[in-house]
Ligand binder design. Structure first.
Ligand code: PGA
Length: 244
C-alpha cells in the first residue's frame, strides 16, 4: 500500500521567524508510515533543517524575469521544495485565480520538477451540483497535462464550507466524492496513480476516518497543523492504520 500524504498548510502563519522555528522543531520527527509535507510561508522555507518534505503554498506561472513580487517554481525547486499547493480556495477567492491560471501554474511547476497539489471543492451554494463544479475545476486546470505528469499530481478535495469552519465533510460524502473525483480523473487518465486527499477542518479525531472509511490517500491540514501536539497525533493515528 502506498504511504499516505499528509500536508500541513500553515497559510500566513506564524508571524515571527522564532515561532516558525519552534513549530518546525515541534514536529521534526522521522515518519516512516506517512509522507509528511510542511508548507510554510515562502520566507520560512529556508529556515530549518527538516526531516520531512517541504512545499510552497503558491508559485508563479512564469519561469523568471520581470514579475515583481512573484516566486518562480524553479526557485522553489532550487531551495529543496518538493511540492506546491495550487488553486487553494483562498487563492481563488482573494486573488482571483481562475482554473486557467491554476492550470498554467501546474504546468510551470511540473516543468520545474515540483509535485503540484491541486485544490478543488464546491462552495456551499454549489452543493447541489458538486459533480459539475469538480469536473470543471479538474478538466480546466489539468488541460494539456500528460499521463506521466498527472501521476505527480495530488488532488485535494476541500469543500469550501469545511475549511476553517470546524464542520468537516461527513465521511460518507467524502467517500462518494472521492469516487466521483476518481471517475472524473479516469475520463482523462489512468487514474489509479493520482492521489486524492481530503482537506477541511481535519483534526486528530476525524483524520484517520478519511483514510480508512472514505478511501482518501492523504490529508491537507490547515489549523491543526499549527499545533504540533495535535498534528503529531494525526500522523500517529494514520500511521497506525498502515501498521495493521
Ligand atoms: P483547515 O484548512 O484544516 O483549517 O480547515 C484546510 C486548508 O485550508 O487547507
Amino acid at each position: 500500500m502506498r504511504k499516505p500524504l499528509i500536508v500541513a498548510n500553515w497559510k500566513m502563519n506564524p508571524l515571527t521567524f522564532k515561532k516558525a522555528e519552534e513549530l518546525f522543531k515541534g514536529i521534526n520527527k522521522e515518519f516512516k508510515k506517512a509522507e509528511v509535507v510542511i508548507c510554510p510561508p515562502f520566507i520560512y522555507l529556508l529556515s530549518s533543517k527538516t526531516k520531512f518534505s517541504l512545499g510552497a503554498q503558491n508559485c508563479s506561472c512564469e519561469k523568471e524575469g520581470a514579475f515583481s513580487g512573484e516566486i518562480s517554481p524553479y526557485q522553489l525547486k532550487n531551495i529543496g521544495c518538493k511540492y506546491v499547493i495550487l488553486g487553494h480556495s483562498e487563492r481563488r477567492k482573494y486573488f482571483n485565480e481562475t482554473n486557467e491560471i491554476i492550470g498554467r501554474k501546474i504546468k510551470k511547476g511540473l516543468e520545474a520538477g515540483l509535485k503540484p497539489i491541486l485544490c478543488i471543492g464546491e462552495a456551499l451554494k454549489e452543493k447541489n451540483h458538486i459533480a459539475d463544479v469538480l469536473k470543471k475545476q479538474i478538466k480546466q486546470s489539468l488541460k494539456g497535462v500528460s499521463q506521466k505528469d498527472a501521476e505527480k499530481i495530488s488532488i485535494a478535495y476541500e469543500p469550501v464550507w469545511a475549511i476553517g469552519s470546524g464542520s468537516s465533510c461527513p465521511i460518507e460524502q467524502a467517500k462518494s466524492t472521492a469516487l466521483l473525483i476518481r471517475k472524473i480523473l479516469s475520463e482523462l487518465y489512468n487514474a489509479r496513480k493520482i492521489r486524492i486527499l481530503y482537506g477541511g477542518s481535519v483534526n486528530s479525531k476525524n483524520a484517520s476516518l478519511y483514510i480508512e472509511k472514505a478511501g482518501m490517500d492523504g490529508l491537507l491540514i490547515g489549523g491543526a497543523s499549527l499545533n504540533p501536539k495535535e498534528f503529531l497525533k494525526i500522523i500517529k493515528n494514520i500511521s497506525k492504520l498502515y501498521s495493521l
